[in-house]
Design a protein. Structure first.
Length: 377
């Protein structure tokens, strides 16, 4: 018997799948403290075969940080390949890296109150393509050597108060771009800590780079990348700000597909993607579980249009939406979908938060008896 659970984290995504005698966790929600206990209680699992982080957004990565920090047993950790681009610098010279970010923000003409996600469209397309050179000295093992060498600095957190440096930065930017500066610092901290915790957990780390068409051998037979390919060399070097923007961007979050031999009861983990890539989704299957892109946000309406156009979303499909309490979500594209729908928390917020649980004997998904189907309005 196979099982899918959308864990009722307070905000964000945390999806668990038991398939082919493997236990898979995709993202971990925004709450770091308490997620390990919640995960164990909800799944009755004390071991994870594959832990996937789709991107560096807090509502996807924080719970995973807590899980690894508390020593939870994990065999493999799958991370975004773009992180490798500047990870060695972020490990060896974190303060210099943040100062580079500061200089870039200071020198850019950015609108007031923008965050990293808002700057995605301004990035040079050549940077996004992640083309790597043939330099033989860019093996990913360099990152692991850097982690081992920095044993005394593994607990680095940006110090906002050394010689009032942070306040000098605030003054020089005239308060225009403080939001993106803080967002960048916090994202850098999360990426650095995730890599270090994953390495010291003893898990095998695998890197998947967005925008590289997957090969048939990518991933595992029970978990395949859709919009990325496994890499073994460090990604193309990027500026510090572009690096953090790409690491957090919803558009570049990793998408995975869990297929079955008979094509029934598949799972598509959409993360926050808008699915705007030219890779085949038709093999996902019309009776699949599909995690709602970006928690059902209308910003990702393109994803629902793409799934409907490819006949992936049908009246046999099941859309699973994990979210916190937001008046703007879900949007009309989610609400008007022909698929069956279930949420960890519906709007209006009159129904209790729930774990969304489905099981399969290989011939389709069956909802748990106490499941409340979507009542969002």
């Amino acid at each position: 018997m196979e099982k899918f659970i959308s864990i009722s984290v307070n905000q964000g995504d945390a999806f668990y799948l038991e398939r082919a005698e493997r236990r898979i966790l995709v993202d971990g929600g925004k709450s770091r403290n308490g997620f390990t206990r919640q995960f164990s209680r909800t799944t009755n699992s004390e071991f994870i075969d594959i832990l996937v982080c789709t991107h560096a957004d807090a509502d996807h990565i924080n719970g995973l940080l807590g899980l690894l920090d508390e020593g939870f047993c994990v065999a493999e950790v799958w991370l975004p390949g773009v992180w490798t681009s500047r990870l060695e610098d972020l490990i060896n010279r974190p303060d210099e890296f943040i100062f580079e970010v500061y200089r870039e923000i200071r020198d850019k003409d950015l609108d007031y109150g923008v965050n990293l996600e808002d700057t995605y469209e301004s990035i040079n397309p050549d940077c996004i393509e992640n083309v790597r050179s043939d330099d033989p000295n860019i093996e990913i093992s360099k990152i692991y050597s850097a982690i081992e060498a920095q044993e005394q600095n593994n607990e680095w957190k940006f110090d906002y108060f050394p010689d009032l440096l942070y306040y000098r930065h605030v003054y020089e930017m005239r308060n225009r771009n403080i939001d993106i500066y803080v967002d960048a610092i916090q994202t850098a901290e999360k990426i650095r800590e995730m890599a270090i915790l994953a390495y010291h957990s003893g898990a095998k780390i695998r890197w998947f780079e967005f925008g590289q068409a997957p090969t048939p051998t990518c991933g595992e037979r029970y978990l395949k990348p859709i919009n990325s390919r496994e890499i073994f060399q460090i990604s193309k070097r990027k500026s510090a700000l572009d690096y953090l923007t790409l690491s957090k961007a919803n558009k570049e979050s990793l998408v995975f597909h869990s297929p079955t031999e008979n094509g029934r009861a598949n799972v598509l983990f959409s993360a926050d993607s808008d699915l705007a890539f030219n890779y085949n989704l038709q093999h996902v299957g019309s009776d699949s579980i599909i995690t709602a892109p970006h928690h059902g946000s209308e910003h990702n309406k393109n994803a629902y249009q793409e799934l409907a156009k490819l006949n992936v979303i049908t009246d046999e499909s099941i859309l699973i939406r994990s979210d916190g309490k937001y008046k703007s979500r879900p949007g009309n594209s989610y609400l008007q979908s022909v698929a069956k729908r279930a949420c960890t928390l519906c709007r209006p917020f009159i129904t209790p938060k729930q774990n969304v649980i489905f099981e399969s004997d290989g011939n389709g998904w069956e909802a748990s008896e106490d499941l409340n189907w979507c009542k969002c309005k």
